[in-house]
Design a protein around this ligand. Structure first.
Ligand SMILES: NC(=O)c1ccc[n+]([C@@H]2O[C@H](COP(=O)([O-])OP(=O)(O)OC[C@H]3O[C@@H](n4cnc5c(N)ncnc54)[C@H](OP(=O)(O)O)[C@@H]3O)[C@@H](O)[C@H]2O)c1
Length: 320
């Protein structure tokens, strides 16, 4: 079967289509014949080599979420899953193949009416957005800023904050055109990447959901109201500056909170419950899966180039 492999860290040219053996599900795993594979910011970070310190090696198969049909199950897994159409989390890699393995604990049946493409657009990002906002103790009436709102996580966070009764949903983005698309999803204030906007800009925010980090991170702490909470869920802009700790300590004067959040710290049962609710909401038309482009699996490098070039609004999806 075909798989995408990172043969060489760096630019997307290091991705190759290779022939690999069909994997056999181990205990607790299912094998999914993939119909759709999501491409996320984490995939491009791994491919670039930026996460080599975390144990990723060349030869890695990227892709962490897939949707398709279960064709085999490992020991201890309910055989009734065979033949079911599911969404599945494959971990930090292993998704960019024609048959992927996933832990049965991280597999969710697709409701009727939800396409595989929409499932991989919502499944990972929607849960990060939901639990990231919850980690920030988001409540109705809060003024929310989503930093890096045009990506897979951001477009979900904007919708969830708006549906959750935020008094304002501000977004950072790099173009007016993206700002308009984000407004259509529920954003009420459009800012540039530095967090600057027009006269409609709120004086401060109760919650900042930050997908970017990087040099600009401290200046977004400064935008919190007293008692405000900033939760970092991503780092597409790299690491914060070396004096971040000092800036963080200065924030004590306003009782500000800085937290990080990883979906890995949420139980599989809670993740399933939230995904299930979001999938159902998407079928009802209450949440939008923002699909930037659907490309053949063999064009994974093109998908990564589009991500690297900052062209992607929402999610790029690969189909075998
Ligand atoms: N916490 C978790 O459990 C979890 C799970 C999965 C992934 N992640 C993390 O989430 C991140 C990927 O999220 P994603 O796929 O939603 O992001 P993404 O699509 O890669 O990027 C989000 C947006 O950020 C903006 N951006 C990119 N580079 C920037 C920069 N240098 N400065 C300012 N803005 C910039 C871009 O929008 P504009 O051009 O419009 O500004 C981009 O669309 C990764 O860091 C990944 O590790 C976290």
């Amino acid at each position: 079967m075909r798989a995408i492999v990172i043969q060489r860290y760096g630019d997307p040219g290091g991705l190759a289509v290779v022939d690999v053996p069909v994997p056999v599900p181990g205990p607790g795993q299912v094998r999914i014949v993939t119909e759709a594979i999501g491409v996320g910011g984490a995939d491009t970070l791994i491919r670039s080599g930026a996460l080599a310190a975390y144990g990723f090696t060349e030869g890695h198969v990227p892709g962490s979420e897939v949707a398709g049909t279960v064709d085999a199950v490992g020991a201890g897994v309910d055989p009734a899953l065979t033949g079911r159409r599911v969404w599945g989390f494959t971990g930090t890699g292993g998704g960019c193949t024609e048959r992927a393995l996933a832990s049965a604990a991280d597999v969710l049946p697709l409701p009727p009416g939800l396409s595989a493409v929409d499932a991989v657009t919502l499944g990972g990002s929607g849960a990060v957005a939901h639990f990231g906002l919850a980690h920030a103790r988001f409540a109705p009436g809060d003024a929310v800023l989503v930093r890096g709102a045009a990506g897979g996580i951001g477009v979900m966070a904007v919708q969830l904050a708006a549906r959750g009764g935020a008094s304002a949903v501000a977004v950072t983005t790099s173009s007016a055109e993206r700002g308009e698309r984000l407004r259509a999803l529920g954003a009420t204030v459009v800012l540039d990447r530095a967090g600057e906007g027009g006269p409609e800009t709120p004086a401060g925010y109760d919650v900042v959901l930050d997908i970017v980090a990087g040099d600009g991170l401290p200046s977004f702490l400064d935008r919190l109201r007293p008692g405000g909470r900033l939760v970092a869920v991503g780092a597409v802009g790299g690491q914060p500056p070396a004096d971040f700790g000092t800036r963080l300590m200065a924030a004590f004067r306003s009782s500000l909170s800085f937290a990080t959040f990883s979906l890995d710290t949420v139980s599989p049962a809670d993740r399933r419950a939230v995904r299930s609710a979001q999938f159902a909401a998407a079928v009802r038309g209450e949440l939008t899966a923002v699909v930037h482009e659907v490309l053949p699996l063999t064009e994974a490098a093109r998908a990564h180039r589009a991500m690297d070039a900052g062209e992607v609004f929402g999610r790029v999806v690969l189909v075998p």
